[in-house]
Design a protein around this ligand. Sequence first.
Ligand SMILES: *[C@@H]1O[C@H](CO)[C@@H](O)[C@H](O)[C@H]1NC(C)=O
Length: 418
Amino acid sequence: LVKCRHISQCIRLAEAAEDADLYHEYNETLEFEYYNSMLINTVDENGNPLPLGGEFLLEPNEHFNKLPVNTQQSNIQVPTNVYNRDPDILNGVYMSEALNDVFIENFQKDPTLTWQYFGSSTGFFRLYPGIQWIPDENGVSTFDCRNRNWYIQAATSPKDVVIVVDVSGSMKGLRLTIAKHTINTILDTLGENDFVNIIAYSDYVRYVEPCFKGTLVQADLDNREAATLGQGSLCNQAIMLITDGAMEDFQDVFEEFNWPERRVRVFTYLIGREMTFAENVKWIACNNKGYYTHISTLADVQENVMEYLHVLSRPMVINHDHDIIWTEAYMDSVLFNTQAQSLLLMTSVAMPVFSKKKETLSHGILLGVVGTDVALKELMRLAPRYKLGVHGYAFLITNNGYILSHPDLRPLVQTTIL
Ligand SMILES: *[C@@H]1O[C@H](CO)[C@@H](O)[C@H](O)[C@H]1NC(C)=O
């Protein structure tokens, strides 16, 4: 199974993305029009196509459950809080055009494939086949590929995270709102292989979730409410300190518990406009192999939180076979919404993409994650009944220990998009 074709398709995408980046020279003033999946096929009040929109051919496709798609090209989704003409976005979209040919070739060779995609660390999401992206109820697109399970699992190593939040008197109003949003955004970046707990402090310290006292819980969706308690992943360990500043002597604490190895990285998030304590907060991060960020508005949260993923990203490996991940089974929402009687269980095969540029090679710069979605029934076809013998049966288990499919077990499913 490990050598099945879905891995080679994914590797082809990763290599195409790495090569495209290698030969692309960053251009700060690049001007470039691309098909933004939120803006295509729509016009302004004068009947003119929107910038980054324009006519994009879509045809209902049986294989995608009659969803209108364009199998000739991919297009781009950018979350509303990311500027869709930011030079980083334009350069990334421009260089990743090279993936189009690979998407098409993969699909021609293997018509059982469904979605293929590249999620960029800058925030854009290139999806094949191209589709029209439907805005949320609020008319925006909050979908951010960087906090999808497949992205996080492929981009980062398992981690133990303790979020420590300052709830002293000054943390109120907007600051408190930003702090809460920061916590939620950090939680969104955690996947099933991660462990987490949250501690609040003012004059005294308490666990935000009392049942999880003194331990770490697996960061999957259900377990944020209850369930498996454990020792943690014991891989990457990090403390996320969220504070608006006021703090006293702390050097001794780090000296006693974290130095000289600095096994636990400390990331600090300074909330609000007050900069008096910025130096202290920065000092903590810099002396504990972490990263300091200042978050003064709600709009800053997402991008600032994402920064830590670069620090905890997977080590770059030369042989792509080793960093492939398979997500746990989930329900395809496109099919889920439209054809309840044939619910399809899916898995995503994903792998990280790193810069191969000479200047950055030693830092292992993460460009993003490529992935493909595969129906479990297609995987099961790799082990046809007639080959298994009388009492034989096939089951699927991923390299990180999820049972994807087993005749006696129905996998636990979540309804997610992609
Ligand atoms: C950068 O992009 C601009 C606009 O597309 C172009 O005019 C310029 O020549 C490019 N610069 C380089 C160095 O390619």
